[in-house]
Each structure stands twice: as C-alpha cells, then as structure tokens.
Design a protein around this ligand. Structure first.
Ligand SMILES: C[S@@+](CC[C@H](N)C(=O)[O-])C[C@H]1O[C@@H](n2cnc3c(N)ncnc32)[C@H](O)[C@@H]1O
Length: 269
C-alpha cells in the first residue's frame, strides 16, 4: 500500500530507497527500444522462459511480458525494489506470467540450463564481480539459448568529478568503462558474442529536466513540504545524470550459449 511520503523521509532516504518509494520508473539504457531489440534478437517466444537480472521495479520484466506473454522472472538484490515491483498494479493481470524474487546475480538460485533467455537491463554494471555474474547468466541459460546484456559505456572519458558524484550518489563504484571493457569481459566467458548493437543516448535540456522533475514530484503522494524537497533533490540528481549522459553510449550485447566453441571464421561470423 502507498503511504504519504514526508519531508524527513525524502531528506534521509538513499537514492535507491527514494526512487523505489516514489516509484520512479527505472528504464534500461535505450529504454523500450532496447527491450524490443532483446526480444527480437534473442527470439523470445510465448513458450520461452526468461530471467531479468537486476530487474529493479520491473520495467523490463513487464515490457517483455507485455510484448510476448511469456513466463519471466525478475530478480533483484534489493528487497525494496522487489517489494515495489510486487505492488505494481499491472502484476494482477500477469500473475501467471511474472514472478519477482530477491536474489544475487553472482549466485543465481536456479539450476543449470533453466532459461531460454537471461537478460539484464543495465544492471551488470552494478554487480561487483561481473565475470562471476556472466558465468552465472551462462550457467542457468539453456544450450543454444541467449544472454542479452544491455550496458552503458563511455565514448569519451568523463571529467573525474562527474564520475565521483555519480558513485557517491548511487553508492556504487562505476568506472569510465569503454566498449572494449565489456567486449573483453564477454570474450572471457564461454558465451559467443552473437550481435552487438550500439547507439548514442539522449541528453535532455535543463527545461526538460525541470518539467520532468515537477511532473514526478507532483504525481507523488507526498506532503506539500516533502514535494518541495523532493523536487530539489530530483533536479540535482537528474542534472548530474544528464551531464554524465553527454559522454555515454550504450550497447545491446547479444551472447549465445553454444554446445562447443565455433570453428574460427575468416569471411564473416
Ligand atoms: C539501474 S538498475 C536496472 C534497471 C532495470 N534493469 C530496468 O530495466 O528497469 C540496477 C539494479 O541492479 C540491482 N543490483 C545491483 N547489484 C545486484 C546483484 N548483485 N544482483 C542482482 N541485482 C543487483 C540494483 O538493486 C538495481 O535495482
């Protein structure tokens, strides 16, 4: 149930708790277009079993269920995120398709060869041991199934202060990873790099940031003084994100679990 948010809560909550509380939709890099690409490129069908690692409040999980009506499990390490995902009204009409569970991407609570597709919408970057996470994605994927990992990468090195502020805000430890960083991690798994789609990200103007933050703050069930503090906090956060976006691109990395490594190829993969 949604309870009224107070000024004290807005001031004290961490970034993660705050976004879960106000139900700010956390989309993967590239938003729904990346999800559409994942669905098409990994051939998800109605009878596919899909896992969404780092599902947050379930944006990608719901999108895939809407598009394909397949069974999908959303997993996140944050109990707050899973609690919020489980209160989504959409869930009522998807009870037979979607399940949200608390779990760690580095130690997935599933048997080998469980899923046709394992995807992650920008969350692998938040997992401390990315190689271990990729090994886990591969382990629970069926042979000839796909792993789809969506990730930001820097096309230009960002100023050090931006990165520091991002890490402080989210209590994480991202580094100025470039495309090669991700390709190197994937190359060191038993997964085949099947397709890589790269794109630039949209950088909103200050006017767009203001309008967005006002809309989110106004739509929140908060006391009037809490709304004012929320608006200020959100504006600071989104301005920082927009600054960071100037240096970012993203990739939709499609990886396949083969039975055995493919023979080397000279004239095209
Ligand atoms: C940027 S959000 C991802 C957005 C989401 N995938 C979507 O499409 O809506 C990153 C998420 O990764 C989760 N996370 C961080 N470390 C994790 C881990 N070890 N295992 C699973 N989830 C993790 C965080 O709790 C957070 O919800």
């Amino acid at each position: 149930m949604n309870t009224t948010i107070t000024k004290e809560q807005v001031e004290k909550m961490s970034y993660v708790q705050l976004l879960a509380k106000i139900k700010e939709v956390n989309r993967p890099p590239g938003g729904k277009r990346s999800i559409m690409r994942v669905v098409k490129d990994t051939h998800i069908q109605k009878d596919s079993l899909v896992l969404d690692v780092g599902c947050n409040t379930g944006y990608s999980t719901f999108e895939i269920a809407h598009l394909v009506k397949c069974k999908i499990t959303g997993l996140d390490i944050s109990p707050e995120m899973i609690a919020t995902a489980n209160t989504e009204r959409e869930l009522d009409s998807h009870k037979n398709l979607i399940e949200f569970i608390i779990g760690d991407g580095m130690n997935l609570p599933f048997n080998e060869e469980t899923f046709d597709v394992v995807m992650s919408g920008g969350s692998t970057a938040f997992i401390p041991d990315k190689k271990k996470a990729l090994e886990e994605y591969a382990r629970v994927t069926k042979t000839w199934g796909f792993v789809a990992d969506i990730n930001f990468f820097y096309h230009t090195q960002p100023p050090a202060n931006i990165l520091m502020e991002m890490n402080e805000l989210m209590n994480i430890n991202i580094e100025p990873w470039e495309l090669e960083y991700w390709l190197d991690i994937y190359s060191n798994t038993r997964l085949e790099i099947y397709n890589v789609h790269q794109d630039t990200v949209y950088v909103p103007s200050n006017a767009e940031i203001k309008k967005y933050c006002e809309t989110i703050a106004n739509d929140t069930d908060a006391t009037p003084d809490a709304k004012e503090v929320l608006l200020n906090r959100l504006t600071t956060i989104m301005t920082l994100f927009a600054e960071n976006h100037k240096y970012l691109s993203y990739g939709v990395f499609i990886l396949r679990k083969r039975k055995e490594p493919e023979q080397v190829s000279l004239f095209g993969a």
